[in-house]
Design a protein around this ligand. Structure first.
Ligand code: PMP
Length: 427
């Protein structure tokens, strides 16, 4: 009751029946955001409908626009060989696996993909899940629990934070990529807990930078912790051959205890995976809720991802093109006076804006100039840290990159000169 009162709710007499969903604070929050948007003339930038394949160019409202909103980093979603692999799997196995892996969902394509992923990480085994989000939630909640400690980078993805919350472990977040702060937290806390798990990302999804992996490995060894790296965005973007954060850091992948990744980005499918020791994989296979109680990955997606992983290895020039495009974008943005934070030349470059509505308005103006890029705003990033997030692709042309940067700098200037944002009432 006390907790309910703190949340501003009140106990309901049974006779009153259930309250409407419009009594939820989340409803009020989204309405307030929409009202403020309408007041200053900004439509919601989200849920734009792409009318075909969203590559470096996409079709929105019947119009071809240059696309920086999709994370098909190496252009493999457009590769006919990947589509053929998916179609062949549908012909062989049907669209749905019609069961969980334990019951009726195992197909040879799952084994092929999991073996390929295990080889990629030089790991003993790998396991696939139906989504990257549930991979993080289920894995973290399974390997760590009450009496344990979890230390995660402050900028870790929502799926990591949800897993942490569900696990019941004590939680400490360390400032982004700050090894000294992590060391201090470990010195103070490690002895108080049974197991400790450090979690970071291989390429940060909002900032486009990479972690100090060698330093994290040294700390996890010194303090007797497990290290988990979410390489969802790093695969295909980071390292000379796009193998991921271990390649860029020059460390053996076996130094990381839990590799997590998604099939939804470079690997041109959807789903998630874990790679690690055979003991870890057996624990997850027998117990992780998002695996045991969920349907198997669709065979077509497993086949597509396996094909994409093979192509990534055979055609490293895709990675070089992507990284050259990211470097060109960064150089042009800096020359135009745009703030790109700590982003490196990988696949994600944020252009910092600050105010959420200004970021949404910029996105709207850029779309009208033929450029599709999404704003990222609170709560996905801290307050007043809204940004436009550009996903680069191996398929972007040099002129498209220059045009996007020029238009962004122009529109940012115009909106500031118009005084946009100064009249926005606080939320
Ligand atoms: N980890 C990170 C770092 C992510 O950015 C995302 C979402 N894009 C996920 C996990 C979840 O993966 P998925 O969207 O494939 O479920």
């Amino acid at each position: 009751r006390a907790a309910a009162q703190r949340r501003g709710s009140r106990p309901v007499a049974v006779a009153e029946g259930a309250r409407g969903f419009d009594s939820l604070p989340d409803w009020r929050d989204s309405q307030r955001m929409k009202q403020v948007g309408a007041l200053v003339g900004v439509a919601t930038p989200f849920f734009r409908r792409h009318e075909g394949r969203a590559g470096a160019v996409t079709c929105i409202d019947g119009r071809a626009v240059v696309n920086f909103a999709s994370y098909d980093y190496c252009g493999l979603n457009a590769d006919p060989r990947v589509a053929e692999a998916a179609k062949a799997a549908i012909d062989l196995y049907g669209v749905s696996p019609s069961g969980s892996r334990l019951v009726a969902g195992c197909r040879p394509v799952h084994d092929a993909l999991e073996q390929a992923l295990a080889r990629h990480y030089e790991a003993e085994a790998a396991l696939t899940f139906v989504s990257g989000h549930s991979t993080n939630v289920s894995t973290i909640a399974q390997v760590i629990g009450e009496g344990d400690l979890i230390l995660h980078d402050a900028l870790c993805h929502n799926s990591i934070l949800v897993g942490v919350k569900l696990s019941g472990a004590a939680r400490r977040s360390f400032p982004h990529n700050d090894l000294a702060a992590l060391e201090a937290l470990l010195t103070e806390n490690r002895g108080l807990y049974r197991n400790a798990l450090i979690v970071t990302e291989g390429l940060f999804s909002m900032d486009g930078d990479v972690p100090p992996l060698a330093g994290l490995i040294a700390l996890k060894r010194r303090f007797g912790c497990w290290l988990m790296v979410d390489d969802a965005h790093a695969m295909g973007c980071v390292g000379a051959r796009g193998r991921g954060s271990f390649e860029a850091a020059g460390v053996a992948p076996g130094e990381v205890d839990i590799w997590m990744g998604t099939l939804s980005k470079t690997l041109a499918a959807t789903g998630g995976y874990i790679a690690g020791s055979s003991v870890l994989i057996e624990v997850l296979r027998d117990h992780a809720a998002g695996f045991v109680y969920s349907v198997a990955l669709a065979p077509a997606l497993a086949a597509a991802a396996e094909c994409a992983l093979g192509l990534l290895t055979e055609e490293p020039e895709r990675v070089s093109r992507l990284q050259a495009n990211a470097a060109a974008f960064l150089a042009a943005a800096r020359a135009a006076g745009l703030e790109t934070g700590s982003a490196g030349p990988y696949g994600i470059v944020p252009v910092m804006v600050g105010d959420s509505l200004l970021a949404a308005k910029l996105s709207e103006r850029l779309l009208s100039r033929g450029i599709n890029v999404m704003p990222v705003m609170f709560p996905a990033v801290p307050m007043q840290s809204a940004r436009l997030r550009f996903f680069l692709s191996a398929q972007h042309e040099a002129e498209q990159i220059v045009a996007a940067v020029t238009a962004t700098a122009d529109e940012m200037d115009s909106l500031r000169r118009e005084g946009f944002g100064s009249a926005i009432p606080p939320a």
